[in-house]
Design a protein around this ligand. Structure first.
Ligand code: F6R
Length: 613
């Protein structure tokens, strides 16, 4: 949600900032802007629309010259996308320019106060109050002024500030939104995400909540809210530039789909040594696992769908009750959580506001918290008691694919590990699962053999108005993900239904030529799902069957004749089937969206990291 970049050094800032914003555009893309100190004054350029529009504006007005600046790419919260509402926002006397990611909840009262003091507002945003308040408190000491402002504002923020009277430094601060400082040689950066600076430096410092960084070209000093120095360790990131580039693919989404075998392999290998599952960073003893009365799995969107897989697997293997919850619901209901509850939070970004709030609530209620997070050092990873880091690498496309797959692996590993500890699965079963895990990347790669078939199928169905995804058990859970993928990137209305539930209402929507995608991997449920397929066929639907080879070979039900199209998957144990069955659904969404001319990596109205409620 909004991307922030800042630069101070010896190079011209504008191109560096624009290049950084290009990498951050996935976080929001309804408008963009820059503020650069040109040696005398702060100069601002901003515009509604994608970054390319801002580039045009800069070309037409001669550009911004200067070696210190801040930039922003926006996902609107307060005020529609417009030139005026774009960041950076400047104060009335144009002394301060500010970029912000987050929401200032008490902005209205501050705004009214500042208007009464003569400040002139030019936008509808909450952010502008920060710039105006900085100027109101300005006493020549930037740190002092910033602390006063941060004490007044309520809400969440990552902010970058540039101050005309002290252009030798840029200031950054954060609360509940990510902000990273990139340390270069005689140049330094601020950014919402390391992908924006990885081509320039791999040395980073992650700001914590309520820390303020004063960044000069040759120095970075970090303070707490009492203006005391904070000593921070410089971390070296191991991401390479390729992670932030398309590397010949037309879209990040396709690249990331194809990277799934590696994401899965890296995640699994991080926890398997000599055919045993290992968790060296945290310890779930037998005694602790016995005491667990309930597991809660909390997440949003696709990560929530992974949580659903977790529910089926933990209940099947670990034999403990599991509740899976949407984070935005969990945080405002009264869940029965106590010290014997284990709360598992799943998040790619580790910054999703609702998931973070659910984590904090769970801790308050006394639960032990374990997060499954892709971004190292993110808020959710930092605040939870234990962390399982997935190894998907940076995910740029707004629609998640490889992070989802890596999260699935984390769930498998935990469920198998817990179950073996309590002996709810036999050693034989455990060894079998380990083998299945090791072969998983290869099986996912095999699904790519049907890519051309999926592309051809998409040619015939990209104009569909409605698509229904059905399945039972884990096939239902994968259907949820398939339908979300299709909706979010192709804008086709899609619904996922538990196959047995269709007849309780939704079947009334099925008419001649309605496309149904039926997933069938759960061996014990074949007959049941086939009955549901027959029900929709009888009402004129066209059925695409996504099925494992094993199920199809048995084919007691004559599936090939009942269904109109068949995508065949490699054989896989029931428990890990989502890892292979999701791949054709991802590819189907991708090709349908491609044929519809959609902006696949940046679907309308969306942003990658949802740091607001
Ligand atoms: C869908 C998608 C979202 C995210 C959700 C949670 O393709 O990417 O539904 O899964 O916004 O985000 P994280 O995992 O960052 O908490």
């Amino acid at each position: 949600m909004c991307g922030i970049i800042g630069y101070i050094g010896n190079e011209e800032a504008t191109e560096l900032l624009l290049n950084g914003l290009e990498k951050l555009e996935y976080r929001g893309y309804d408008s963009a802007g820059l503020a650069v100190f040109d040696g005398r004054n702060l100069k601002v350029a901003k515009s509604k629309g994608r970054l390319k529009v801002l580039r045009e504006v800069l070309k037409n007005n001669g550009g911004l010259k200067g070696k210190a600046g801040i930039g922003h790419t926006r996902w609107a919260t307060h005020g529609k996308p417009s030139d005026e509402n774009s960041h950076p926002h400047v104060s009335t006397l144009r002394k301060f320019a500010v970029v912000h990611n987050g929401i200032i909840e008490n902005y209205l009262s501050i705004k009214n106060f500042l208007i009464s003091k003569g400040k002139k507002f030019s936008s509808e945003t909450d952010t502008e109050v920060i710039a105006q308040l900085l100027e109101y408190y300005d006493n020549g000491n930037t740190l002092d002024t910033v602390v006063k402002v941060l004490n007044d504002i309520k809400g969440s923020y990552a902010i970058g500030i540039i101050y005309e009277d002290n252009p030798e430094e840029i200031i950054a601060a954060k609360k509940d939104n990510p902000l990273i400082i990139g340390i270069g040689e005689n140049e330094n950066f601020i950014t919402s995400d390391v992908t924006a600076i990885v081509s320039k430096t791999k040395n980073i410092v992650r700001l914590k909540d309520s820390e303020i960084a004063v960044i000069k070209s040759d120095d970075v000093i970090i303070y707490d809210m009492n203006k005391n120095f904070v000593k921070k360790e410089i971390k070296v990131i191991d991401w390479n530039i390729d992670s932030a580039e398309k590397c010949g693919y037309d879209h990040f989404m396709l690249k990331e789909i194809m990277e799934q075998p590696k994401a899965v392999k890296d995640t699994i290998c991080s926890k398997i040594k000599e055919n045993e599952i290992f968790f060296d960073k945290f310890l779930f003893s037998k005694e602790y696992l016995e005491k667990i009365n309930k597991i809660f799995i909390i997440a949003c969107g696709s990560a929530y769908h992974v949580g659903y897989v977790g529910k089926y697997l933990f209940e099947k293997l670990f034999k403990k009750p599991v509740e899976v919850d949407i984070a935005s619901e969990f945080r405002y209901r009264d869940p029965i959580v106590d010290k014997n509850s284990l709360v598992i939070l799943i998040s790619q970004s580790g910054e999703t506001a609702d998931t973070l709030a659910a984590l904090r609530k769970s801790k308050q209620l006394g639960a032990r918290t374990l997060s499954i997070v892709n971004v190292i050092g993110s808020s959710i990873a930092t605040e939870s008691d234990d962390v399982f880091h997935t190894r998907a690498g940076p995910e740029i496309a707004v629609a998640t694919t490889k992070a989802y797959s890596a999260q699935l692996c984390a769930i498998y590993l935990l469920a198998i590990y817990f179950s073996r500890k309590l002996n709810t699965i036999s050693l034989k079963k455990y060894n079998y699962f380990i083998k299945e895990l090791i072969y998983l990347p290869e099986k996912i790669s095999k699904v790519f053999n049907i890519t051309e078939q999926i592309r051809n199928f998409s040619k015939n169905f990209y104009q569909a108005k409605n698509v229904f995804f059905i399945g039972r058990n884990l096939d239902y859970v994968v259907s949820l993900e398939g339908s979300l993928k299709l909706k979010e990137i192709s804008y086709i209305h899609a619904e996922a239904y538990a196959a047995g539930e269709l007849k309780h209402g939704t079947i009334s929507l099925i008419e001649n030529n309605t496309l149904i995608v039926a997933t069938l991997t759960q061996k014990s449920l074949v007959g049941k799902t086939v009955s549901n397929i027959k029900e929709v066929k009888a009402r004129g639907a066209i059925v695409l069957l996504v099925v494992t080879k094993e199920v199809l070979l048995k084919d007691e039900h004559n599936l090939k004749n009942i269904c109109d199209f068949v995508f065949i998957l490699p054989d896989i144990c029931d428990e890990m089937s989502p890892s292979v069955s999701v791949v054709p659904l991802q590819l189907l969404s991708y090709y349908i969206a491609l044929m519809r001319g959609c902006d696949i990596d940046k679907p309308r109205n969306l942003a990658k990291s949802v740091t607001v409620e």
